[in-house]
Design a protein around this ligand. Structure first.
Ligand SMILES: [Zn+2]
Length: 68
């Protein structure tokens, strides 16, 4: 998913201003990892972690992305 599509969905979040994810209820999906900046693999995204560095997103770190 592109950043534009994620933002348009209304569920886009960053993790303290970095990376890109989706908030689905209480679940967080990592699309772009804030730690290693890698675009996450589908498998990792579905598990809610970064497939590259095993980053686990926290709801505390998730900040809603406003559509501009
Ligand atoms: Zn990572």
């Amino acid at each position: 998913m592109t950043r534009d599509k994620a933002v348009a969905s209304g569920n886009a979040v960053t993790f303290r201003g970095r990376g890109l994810g989706l908030r689905l209820g209480t679940r967080l999906v990592v699309l772009v990892c804030p730690l290693c900046s890698q675009r996450n693999a589908q498998r990792g995204a579905e598990r809610g972690i970064c497939e590259w560095c095993a980053y686990v997103p926290s709801l505390r770190d998730a900040e809603r992305v406003e559509e501009t």
